[in-house]
Design a protein around this ligand. Structure first.
Ligand code: ZN
Length: 174
C-alpha cells in the first residue's frame, strides 16, 4: 500500500464532477485501502477520491477518536436520499484546504445510500459530526468545497492565501 498525494485548492481537478463506479472489485478495494491510509496519515476524518486526483464517486470516513477502535466507512457511489430541515453548525476544515477552517451550516441529519467495501448496497442514517462529514465528502464528488458556502470575499481571501502557500512549498522543494 502506498500513500497518495492530496491535491490542494486551487486545483481544477477538485472542481470536476466525479463519475459513478461500475463495480467493487479487488482493484477498487486496493484504492480504498490506500485512501484510508492517506487519510489516517494526513490526519483527517474524511477523504474523497477526487482529492487524490481520481474522479470516481468514492469516499472514506472515520470519525472515531484517536483512543477508540478505528471505524472506517467506505462509501461507493454515495447518494443522499434524505436531509433534515433542522440544521447544525460545525467548524469545518479540509485536507485540500490546509490551515483553513470555517463554520458551515448543513442539514443536521441525512440518509445516504451507498455500496460498501464488500459490494453490498447499504443505507447510512447519519447525524451529528458524521452527517456533516458525509455531506462535506459528497460535495467533493460534485466539485464543491466548503469555502463555496462562504461569502465571495472570504472565499477569495482563502484561495489567495492557499495560492501563496503553494508557491512557498514549491520554493522549498526546488
Ligand atoms: Zn474536504
Amino acid at each position: 500500500m502506498s500513500k497518495k498525494n492530496i491535491l490542494i485548492e486551487p486545483d481544477p481537478i477538485l472542481r470536476k464532477k466525479s463519475q459513478s463506479l461500475e463495480k467493487v472489485d479487488d482493484e477498487l478495494r486496493k484504492l480504498m485501502d490506500e485512501m484510508l491510509e492517506t487519510m489516517y496519515a494526513a490526519p483527517g476524518i474524511g477523504l474523497a477520491a477526487v482529492q487524490i486526483g481520481i474522479l470516481k464517486r468514492l469516499i472514506v470516513i472515520d470519525i472515531s477518536k484517536d483512543d477508540q477502535k478505528k471505524e472506517p466507512l467506505f462509501l461507493v457511489n454515495p447518494k443522499i436520499t434524505y436531509q433534515s430541515k433542522k440544521t447544525s453548525v460545525y467548524e469545518e476544515g479540509c485536507l485540500s484546504l490546509p490551515g483553513h477552517f470555517a463554520e458551515i451550516e448543513r442539514p443536521a441529519e441525512c440518509h445516504v445510500s451507498y455500496v460498501d467495501y464488500g459490494g453490498k448496497n447499504q443505507e447510512l442514517k447519519a447525524s451529528g459530526l458524521l452527517a456533516t462529514c458525509v455531506q462535506h465528502e459528497i460535495d467533493h464528488l460534485n466539485g464543491v468545497l466548503f469555502i463555496d458556502y462562504l461569502s465571495k470575499l472570504k472565499k477569495d481571501m482563502i484561495i489567495k492565501k492557499l495560492t501563496k502557500q503553494k508557491k512557498e512549498i514549491n520554493k522549498i522543494v526546488l
